[in-house]
Design a protein around this ligand. Structure first.
Ligand SMILES: Nc1ncnc2c1ncn2[C@@H]1O[C@H](COP(=O)(O)OP(=O)(O)OP(=O)(O)O)[C@@H](O)[C@H]1O
Ligand SMILES: [Mg+2]
Length: 341
């Protein structure tokens, strides 16, 4: 893998729902269409936005995020469109706004559902005319910018309540992508945990890792994850600090985390790992080795899960010798602890 590929931002997950997001991202990235990302907090909307940019012809241009909810109304207009010298008290110099900075690239309007109505009118004008003026200026500025917007709100309800403009909604909603909640794709949890462990090890220059018992995985798979992937990332970081080099069981999880809102995945007869391989080979950027390793890992995990962690039974299910399975488990850092259930 070359350096550029290694630094590529990736959306981790093999679930059908994430594969669908992948497919939509690939389809829309090469176009100029505006994209609207919908999904709960922490599902990965900003990550998806940066991948759309990365996969587009604009990838060498800037990616400029703006959190519309975090900027006070009186600053938002100059933040987005810039201002001329003397436009308001304290404007000693002219300054470019985010739309100008994003020229040739992508602007990411996060939390668009929280944008005040007066700003929505101004944004609509930019979308229609692709030009705007700086605050206190009268020279129209033309920019070549792709717009990606995101919200965790239901925009149709906002329209109904009168807090979001319908005309702006239709301008932004050219290509909607729903980013799924983590509770709806528990089969991605094991891969995401592995990703966050590696990220933590890299950032903290450590070789120590953590492992989970099959029961602990099951508990995590049945949790509702109100904070979605962000919550899982934070949990892994906490566990790496608390249990570095150890195997984490259900008792450790219950002691150190509040995972009460669980659905029992076992009672629902749900497997943690249901796989969906991509049926169409993508034209570029496909890493067969990595994909096969992810498949292998997920199948081993599922076999162990179905057989309550009994390695001999899992090996039979996979058509492997017990020793081969043990070796593979070692390779993937899956612990050998046999649960009593
Ligand atoms: N599929 C994924 N693979 C790897 N990392 C992910 C994935 N989804 C989310 N993350 C990580 O989880 C964290 C939260 O993601 P992100 O900020 O994109 O969510 P968001 O939907 O924009 O949240 P919010 O609505 O709260 O702004 C980030 O650190 C992101 O890198
Ligand atoms: Mg976000």
């Amino acid at each position: 893998m070359d350096r550029q590929q290694m630094n590529k931002i990736k959306l981790i997950g093999q679930s059908v729902a994430i594969q669908t997001v992948h497919r939509l991202v690939k389809q829309v990235a090469k176009t100029q269409a505006n994209v609207l990302l919908l999904g709960e907090s922490g599902t990965g909307k900003e990550l998806v936005a940066s991948i759309v940019h990365q996969e587009s012809e604009r990838s060498h241009g800037p990616f400029i995020p703006v959190n519309c909810a975090a900027i006070p109304l009186e600053l938002l207009e100059s933040e987005l469109f810039g201002h001329e010298k003397g436009a308001f008290t304290g404007a000693h110099q002219g300054r470019a706004g985010r739309f100008e900075l994003a020229n040739g690239g992508t602007i990411f309007l996060d939390e668009i559902g929280d944008m005040p109505l007066v700003m929505q009118v101004k944004l609509l004008r930019v979308l229609q005319e692709r030009s705007f003026e700086r605050v206190g200026g009268n020279k129209p500025i033309k920019v070549d910018v792709r717009i990606i917007a995101a919200t965790h709100k239901n925009l149709l309800s906002c329209i109904h309540e009168g807090t979001f403009r319908e005309d702006l909604y239709y301008r932004l909603n050219v290509f909607p992508i729903d980013v799924p909640a983590l509770r709806d794709r528990p089969e991605d949890i094991a891969l995401l945990i592995r990703h966050f462990i590696e990220q933590y090890k890299h950032q903290n220059h450590t070789h120590d890792s953590i492992e989970f018992t099959v029961d602990a995985y099951e508990l995590l798979g049945g949790y509702t994850w109100p904070g979605n992937v962000r919550e899982l990332g934070n949990l892994v970081e906490r566990l790496m600090i608390l249990f570095s080099g150890k195997i984490i069981g259900v008792a450790d999880l219950s002691e150190h985390c509040t995972l009460q809102q669980t659905r029992s995945s076992r009672r629902e007869g749900k497997n943690l790992t249901v796989l969906s391989a991509p049926k169409i080979l993508p034209n570029e950027g496909f890493d067969l080795k990595e994909h096969l390793a992810e498949l292998e890992y997920a199948f081993i995990h599922q076999a162990l899960n179905d057989n309550h962690g009994i390695v001999a039974k899992a090996a039979r299910r996979l058509g492997l010798r017990r020793t081969t399975l043990v070796e593979k488990m070692k390779k993937y850092g899956i612990c050998k602890e046999i649960t009593t259930h």
